[in-house]
Design a protein around this ligand. Structure first.
Ligand SMILES: [Zn+2]
Length: 194
């Protein structure tokens, strides 16, 4: 009887082992599948961004049209940068800073503390972009513009805006770092600092 129970147990544990083995194999297959899918995803993203670069390179410039937001101007002031020459030092090409009506309205609203920013935004060398929308919410305006016309670089330090711009292929972001203007998402041939 004991022998029989032992045999039964042995058979049971063998069965359990087999179930375990099958589960293990399934798990491994599942893992491989996930890895494979991840690889596919990465390859897919690469293909999209590189093809878009080539497609949009020509419309980007030079001369580069750069839309500035309020906090980029403030950041440039804090870092004592002369905006146009700092941009040209970064891109080694002619740069045309652009200010939308709503960004200008935003700076005007900020009051006398921001008068230096206002003077910069009103610089006649800066191109004014007319707005047809209501209100002064600049982020939506900038996102809409660069989605429709992929010929702009966006200069900003706003985390939320940067995140939104990164979702739009072919639109580089300009920012200030260590008293220099830098740019992300431009091929190295443009001669910018990374
Ligand atoms: Zn606007």
């Amino acid at each position: 009887m004991v022998k029989n129970i032992n045999l039964l147990c042995a058979a049971k544990s063998k069965e359990n082992q087999e179930v375990c083995n099958v589960r293990q194999v399934n798990k491994e297959k599942e893992k491989e599948k996930l890895v494979e899918e991840k690889k596919k995803h990465v390859r897919h993203v690469d293909q999209v961004s590189s093809s878009l670069f080539f497609r949009y390179n020509q419309s980007l410039g030079p001369p580069y049209h750069i839309i500035l937001d309020t906090n980029f101007i403030n950041m440039a002031i804090q870092n004592k940068l002369e905006i146009i020459s700092a941009m040209m030092d970064c891109l080694y090409a002619k740069c045309i800073p652009c200010i939308t009506d709503c960004v200008l309205a935003e700076i005007e609203k900020l009051g006398s503390k921001f008068r230096v920013a206002l003077t910069i935004a009103r610089d006649p060398r800066f191109k004014r972009l007319k707005c047809c929308h209501e209100g002064t919410y600049a982020d939506d305006c900038i996102v809409q513009r660069v989605t429709q016309h992929k010929c702009y670089i966006v200069a900003t330090h706003d985390k939320a805006l940067k995140k939104r711009i990164r979702q739009i292929p072919g639109v580089p972001i300009m920012y200030v770092n260590q008293r220099k203007v830098m740019v992300e998402q431009l091929p190295e041939s443009y001669g910018c600092n990374y």
